[in-house]
Design a protein around this ligand. Structure first.
Ligand SMILES: Nc1ncnc2c1ncn2[C@@H]1O[C@H](COP(=O)(O)OP(=O)(O)OP(=O)(O)O)[C@@H](O)[C@H]1O
Length: 303
């Protein structure tokens, strides 16, 4: 395996005519972790990955492997393994034939072919035509191709697509294992829920721009309690006196109600009782990572 590499995206931009597909993106992807690259369809993920891999020329900025552009890598397949599309294999050839062809072209020892086929769990099907493979098996073959050169960096576009629950569990632990070996693993998805359990860090983009970079814990917003009373003013002052932060709940059926942070629902109940205020509403608001994600990326992230 080549030495661990940090992916560096600096001021990266790409316009297709009037469309700014990627707009001044700056972020890094460290080794030894699985990083999720998230954003709704059309956010610019694929274009960003294609610029990293030298398939699309940036309008501005750079995307490098520890400072080296893809086209300047001496042994690309041994530096970065990629699986951008599951369907790009010739249906008439077997998995083993495909991988042997790539290995020979890249000067990689042929024994690696059997190693990677076993690693991704398709060794028993290696001599069957790829045309008969399920989407999940093609995903595994894509991953086998990515691993062929034993690269220190893996860049996978939507690798969970088409996998059954067992396959999803498998790929989650497999990606963690690869990162645990010191590799840099970047996995794109348009669904946070799909990668939430397998990533250590996330980079989130929307409309080609960075909206969040960091760990999942930092993404999660705090809990709020929505509360109301016929005598709303009395409730408001009692809660503030008890140390709560009180705002007006923004939308929905509870419009005008109070959104409280800093006090538990139980404590709010006793503060109201002590102040002699009867409550008409007391609800813990469902906040969480998925909600924070949707707020960051906007409406187009909704299914
Ligand atoms: N070759 C191209 N010519 C013109 N517009 C393009 C081209 N490639 C991408 N785009 C546009 O750039 C924007 C970003 O597309 P991109 O495929 O990078 O998004 P994405 O986040 O990968 O989405 P998806 O998850 O659907 O693949 C979209 O508006 C898309 O229509």
């Amino acid at each position: 395996m080549s030495t661990s590499t940090t992916l560096e995206f600096t001021g990266l931009a790409k316009s297709f005519g009037a469309v700014r597909a990627v707009d001044d993106l700056t972020f890094t992807v460290p080794p030894g972790q699985v990083t999720g690259f998230l954003g709704p369809n059309g956010a610019g993920k694929t274009t960003t990955l294609r610029m990293l891999l030298g398939l699309v020329r940036p309008t501005a900025g750079t995307a490098t492997f520890g400072g080296t552009a893809y086209h300047a890598l001496p042994h690309p397949l041994e530096t970065v393994g990629t699986a951008l599309e599951a369907s790009s294999f010739h249906p008439g050839r077997s998995a083993r034939n495909h991988l042997r062809g790539y290995a020979i072209a890249a000067g990689i020892p042929l024994r690696r072919v059997d190693d990677v086929l076993a690693q991704v769990g398709i060794a028993d099907f290696a001599d069957r035509r790829v045309g008969g493979y399920s989407l999940g098996m093609r995903q595994r073959l894509g991953l086998a191709f990515a691993l062929l050169g034993d690269p220190g960096v893996l860049v996978l576009d939507e690798p969970v697509n088409g996998l059954d629950p067992e396959g999803i569990r498998w790929i989650r632990s497999f990606l963690k294992q690869l990162a645990g070996e010191g590799r840099t693993v970047l996995v794109s998805s348009h669904l946070l829920s799909e990668v939430q359990q397998s990533v250590d860090r996330v980079v989130i983009i929307s409309h080609g721009r960075l909206v969040y970079e960091g760990d999942l814990a930092g993404l999660e917003s705090g809990q709020r309690v929505i509360v109301d009373a016929p005598d709303r003013a009395a409730l408001d002052s009692a809660l503030r006196a008890a140390g709560a932060t009180v705002e007006t709940a923004p939308t929905g059926s509870a419009t005008g109600a109070l959104a409280v942070t800093g006090l538990s629902a139980e404590r709010i109940g006793s503060v109201a009782l002590a102040a002699g205020v009867a409550l008409s509403l007391l609800a813990v608001e469902q906040t969480g990572i998925e909600k924070a994600f949707l707020e960051l990326v906007g409406e187009e992230g909704r299914p």
